[in-house]
Ligand binder design. Structure first.
Ligand SMILES: [Zn+2]
Length: 211
């Protein structure tokens, strides 16, 4: 083989009961791989042709090899760069949908006010059990921001105990997760220890047989 020729990583396997050799190309950019099984006589030139026919770019060294997908992104940069603007558009769409274009009018203000009088206890207690800005908003079909504004301006803040109980709820969820993790590890450890005892027993049986 001339030194200027490209070589590929060779792999072996058994195909229909016979060993065979293949040349593997791996994309230098992503992890894509392709194998050429030449059938008779492994030849890097044939393999190179094979890969090129499949749309690969074969460089001077393995690191310069590119799979068809990565090549597509290089030769057609719009394919690669068109994605971020789409994401931005999506983000804008999402912001638009979470921001209600309606204006907070007198009627809505009155409606929210009446509801808050119903479900907001006082500044010390905050909302009655089970009520939040979000729930009031959902109940009335108005943006949560409106509820937050009116509650803040006319009733009071979210009581400290509401925040604490929210933290407590989250903590309970985390605790449950941790506990189930511990349970899982304990079970695994028990079965590993059992396997360990079996191995030790087998080892002593075998060493006795050897004596
Ligand atoms: Zn690639």
């Amino acid at each position: 083989m001339r030194s200027s020729e490209r070589s590929f990583t060779q792999i072996k396997d058994i195909h229909r009961g016979r060993p065979r050799l293949g040349n593997v190309v791996q994309c230098g950019k992503c992890d894509a791989k392709k194998t050429h099984w030449p059938g008779s006589g492994i030849n890097p030139i044939l393999s190179k042709k094979f890969f090129v026919r499949l749309g690969w770019a074969i460089g001077k060294g393995p690191r310069a090899d590119r799979c068809p997908d990565c090549l597509q992104n290089i030769t057609n940069p719009s394919a690669a760069t068109s994605k971020p603007p789409v994401k931005i558009q999506e983000a804008q769409k999402m912001t638009a949908s979470t921001q209600d274009p309606r204006k907070l009018g007198r009627d809505e203000r009155r409606l929210i006010f009446a509801k808050l009088e119903d479900v907001y206890v006082d500044e010390k207690t905050g909302y009655a059990m089970g009520w939040t800005d979000q729930k009031v908003a959902d109940d009335l079909g108005v943006p949560r921001a409106w509820v937050t504004t009116i509650r803040d301006e006319n009733f009071g803040s979210l009581a400290a105990n509401a925040e604490v109980s929210k933290d407590m709820e989250e903590l309970h969820q985390i605790k449950a997760l941790v506990n189930s993790g511990v349970e899982f590890v304990e079970k695994e450890l028990a079965s590993l220890k059992k396997a360990q005892r079996q191995v030790v027993a087998m080892e002593s049986r075998l060493s006795k047989a050897l004596q």
